[in-house]
Write a protein that binds this ligand. Structure first.
Ligand SMILES: *Cc1c(COP(=O)(O)O)cnc(C)c1O
Length: 357
């Protein structure tokens, strides 16, 4: 604390990202990165963009990327907003759309950046508890005679549980809250979930946010986007243009466009992760873990006989890192990223040893 800090900075509890270890040769299953490399075409495009043109500012409107995404998602370019990672897109969403008189609703167990943005922007929030089995009850997100949301946000599939909400449920939430913006954070949707992008034409209050960090293996490039009604997009553009004219640099724009065009590489990586996840769930279950049903590139599991923090520490001693959250209701769970088959095998062998099987 310093006397120079502004009042809001004094109150902040910032988000703590998962560790990025310095050592090589670590089995890194803690931050849900893709184990496979980005599209080779994206890498070529980034290399081709590395030249004299870096003297010049990038396109402030990211038109090439919006056009490529619009074609890929079958929407219009004016329904697309892009930003420096979906965390930045989400930050603008909170400020531009979710800061309302009435409180914002989100699940009690969810992406822990949401309460951080509420703190930063002074947004009141109300958490809706997940069911005992960690599923999201759609009814909990519909207005009652006493309460009506100022906005709603949830990841689909949810994080860190990996549990999906069926598309019909997402649509019921959007239709049931016509006066509130409903944001679906689809960071993990490409690993077997159902995207709500196809619903945005019918629901002008629905905004879908996605990222290149997970399914497109480009976490290091920082690209995210939102899809929704042009009026929602315009609100985001207004905030963006009051904050940073050039959130996406020339390399990011070139790489992201090429990544969108390389459909085969994208689908192949997603298929491989899904196949590995299925095998991992089976092996973890055989080891006695309770594994939540996941449509993400991670699993969320607990062992009824072992303390989760201790397990995480024992894995770390074996150079395997997974994510453990010291939070109510989930402090006995581990969130484990689906790596390559080989990485998952290393994990399962380590757990077999730790559990003394
Ligand atoms: C990873 C993640 C993001 C952020 O992704 P970036 O595009 O890398 O900023 C957003 N929401 C959820 C739920 C995530 O897990």
């Amino acid at each position: 604390m310093s006397r120079f800090w502004s009042p809001v900075v004094r109150t902040l509890t910032p988000y703590v990202p998962g560790e990025q270890p310095k050592q090589a040769r670590i089995v890194k299953l803690n931050t849900n990165e893709n184990p496979y490399g980005p599209s080779p075409r994206a890498l070529e495009a980034i290399q081709a963009a590395t030249g004299d043109a870096l003297r010049l500012y990038p396109d402030p409107n990211s038109e090439a990327l919006k056009g490529a995404l619009a074609t890929h998602l079958q929407v219009r370019p004016d329904q697309v907003f892009v930003g420096n990672g979906s965390d930045e897109v989400l930050a603008h969403v909170f400020q531009a759309l979710l800061k309302q008189e009435r409180p914002l609703w989100f699940p009690d167990i969810t992406y822990s950046f949401y309460p951080v943005y509420c703190g930063l922007y002074g947004i009141a929030s109300r958490t809706r508890p997940l069911a005992e089995d960690f599923s999201m009850r759609v009814e909990d997100y519909l207005p009652t005679p006493d309460e009506c949301a100022g906005g709603i946000i949830f990841p689909n599939p949810n994080a860190p549980t990996g549990c999906p909400v069926p598309l019909a449920g997402v649509e019921r939430i959007a239709a049931g809250n016509p006066d509130a913006v409903v944001v679906v954070d689809e960071a993990y949707v490409d690993f077997g979930g159902e995207s709500a992008v196809g619903l945005v034409d019918r629901h002008p209050n629905l905004l879908v946010v996605q990222t290149f960090s997970k399914s497109r293996s480009l976490a290091g490039l920082r690209v995210g986007f939102a899809v929704g009604h042009p009026e929602l997009i315009e609100a985001l553009e207004r905030v963006k243009n009051s904050f940073n004219s050039y959130p996406l640099d020339r390399l990011a724009l070139a790489g992201a466009v090429a990544s969108v065009l390389d459909v085969d590489h994208f689908q192949d990586c997603c298929r491989r992760v899904i196949a590995t996840r299925q095998g991992l769930v089976a092996q973890m279950t055989a080891l006695g873990f309770e594994v939540l049903p996941s449509t993400a590139n991670f699993i969320f599991a607990r062992h009824p006989g072992r303390d989760a923090a201790t397990l995480a520490a024992e894995l770390r001693q074996r150079a395997i890192i997974v994510r453990h959250f010291r939070l109510p209701r989930i402090d006995q769970h581990l969130r484990i990223t689906v790596g390559t088959d080989e990485q998952c095998q290393t994990l399962v062998e380590a757990l077999t040893e730790i559990l003394g099987r």
